[in-house]
Design a protein around this ligand. Structure first.
Ligand SMILES: NC(=O)c1ccc[n+]([C@@H]2O[C@H](COP(=O)([O-])OP(=O)(O)OC[C@H]3O[C@@H](n4cnc5c(N)ncnc54)[C@H](OP(=O)(O)O)[C@@H]3O)[C@@H](O)[C@H]2O)c1
Length: 248
């Protein structure tokens, strides 16, 4: 892998993805971020000349194709694909509907699969990496979060299966299981009001062994690490970056 990389980050216009984009860009890497809303994408690309943006929905096959093509057309290669865009909901079993389940799995399972598949020849050419962003709840049960949790469990297992399947091509596949992190997620993808979000935050702070929620930069540091040469002999791993929440 080259020192200066080409990195694709889905959902790079907010929270963890944005923090990772800025980290890579400040190291000299070229970063393509995606997001469904143009405004946050434009705000993020304005923050660093090495960040380019594309309005794209990672659950769409056509947008997956456009995303990989944009990076290859612009820079000629792909070194790292960060499947960061996520969907979720507080969704008790009594409230499920086909559409709500499909919405979660489309972004958390289908999207990473389409992007990884489309990126394969380019990642093979660079001996690159796929980094999937999971959650503590991908391996820790949580009432009311079953479909989000199950979709992240699927992403963690895809990580291990792809690691075996792609090892002969020299492609590494790892995941980061993030713990509760300050971002737009609770009021955005989880659809909570500001008051509900604050109540969840209080409860989480009380449970997390290190007694606080994480900062997006604390997840971004490990995303950068998994894309660095120091991780060249690491594959199929799910690293918990969660203040110890997964231990209890
Ligand atoms: N924050 C946490 O506590 C936490 C904990 C564990 C795991 N995670 C995981 O970390 C990842 C990032 O979450 P975050 O906390 O940084 O959330 P965030 O601040 O809400 O950012 C989510 C980003 O993803 C984009 N996005 C959402 N759906 C998309 C789609 N279908 N296609 C393309 N982009 C999409 C959003 O932009 P648009 O809305 O404009 O599309 C935004 O840029 C997610 O996979 C999440 O499950 C978060």
């Amino acid at each position: 892998m080259q020192n200066e990389k080409v990195v694709i980050i889905t959902g790079g216009s907010s929270g963890i993805g944005r923090a990772a984009a800025l980290r890579f860009a400040s190291r000299g890497d070229k970063v393509l971020i995606t997001g469904r809303r143009a405004g946050p994408v434009e705000q993020t690309i304005a923050e660093h000349k090495n960040i380019m943006g594309l309005v794209a929905d990672s659950s769409s096959a056509e947008d997956a194709r456009r995303t990989i093509a944009e990076a290859v057309d612009r820079w000629g290669r792909v070194d790292a694909l960060v499947n960061n865009a996520g969907a979720g909901a507080i969704l008790p079993l009594s409230d499920v509907s086909p559409n709500r389940i499909v919405d979660i799995f489309s972004v958390n399972v289908l999207g990473p699969s389409l992007l990884a598949s489309t990126a394969l020849p380019h990642l093979k050419a660079t001996q690159g990496v796929i980094i999937n962003i999971s959650s503590t709840y991908g391996h820790r049960p949580a009432a009311g979060l079953s479909h989000y949790a199950a979709s992240k469990a699927a992403l963690e297992h895809l990580t291990r299966c792809w690691a075996l399947e792609l090892a002969p091509l020299g492609i590494k596949v790892n995941a980061i299981a993030a713990g509760p992190t300050e971002s737009g997620a609770l009021t955005g993808m989880m659809g909570l009001s500001a008051e509900q979000a604050e109540a969840v935050k209080q409860e989480e702070r009380g449970k997390i062994p290190l007694a606080r929620r994480g900062d997006p930069d604390e997840i971004a540091d490990w995303i950068v690490q998994f894309a660095s040469p120091a991780s060249r002999w690491v594959t199929g791993q799910v690293l918990a970056v969660d203040g110890g929440l997964g231990l209890i």
